[in-house]
Design a protein around this ligand. Structure first.
Ligand SMILES: [Zn+2]
Length: 148
């Protein structure tokens, strides 16, 4: 049996190394995002030399945003909030209005049949992924993610 070496925080060496490896992958992912974002931005300024600020339209973003870029946005959102926290965020949006719903308008109070009728709930990772459905290579990521 491998001897358990404490490295602080109650982690064994193996656990510590695993976390370091995960951190390294996350840093790589972030770096790939930074590069892809910079390339998209530089190209955009070549096409729009009169513009002072990077302000692509939603259509341009969907068309030009590469997998490396939006995958990082998606992964950060997944790590940032639990499914329960996401539900609360959408149930009580920070801008002070009511939540978006399929069964009532933003002005109306919540009613039965609304997704947010119950006080507790979850917004799953796969639902966050669906926000990127118009982006490049979405279907490939969706297929891989659903296999897990
Ligand atoms: Zn509601």
């Amino acid at each position: 049996m491998a001897r358990r070496q404490e490295t602080g925080g109650g982690l064994s060496t193996a656990e510590y190394l695993e976390r370091q490896e995960v951190r390294m992958h996350l840093r790589n992912l972030q770096e790939m995002h930074n590069n892809a974002y910079k390339q998209r931005k530089d190209k955009w300024f070549e096409k729009n030399p009169e513009q002072q600020y990077f302000s692509p339209t939603l259509e341009e973003t969907r068309k030009d945003c590469r997998l490396e870029e939006w995958l990082w946005y998606f992964v950060s959102r997944i790590f940032d909030r639990t499914p329960q926290q996401r539900f609360q965020d959408e149930r009580h949006p920070s801008y002070g209005w009511n939540h978006k719903s399929n069964v009532h308008s933003i002005e109306e109070p919540c009613k039965e049949g609304c997704r947010f009728w119950n006080k507790e709930g979850r917004i799953e990772d796969i639902e966050v992924l669906e926000d990127y459905k118009d982006y490049n290579r979405y279907q490939e990521v969706f297929n891989v993610w659903s296999e897990q």
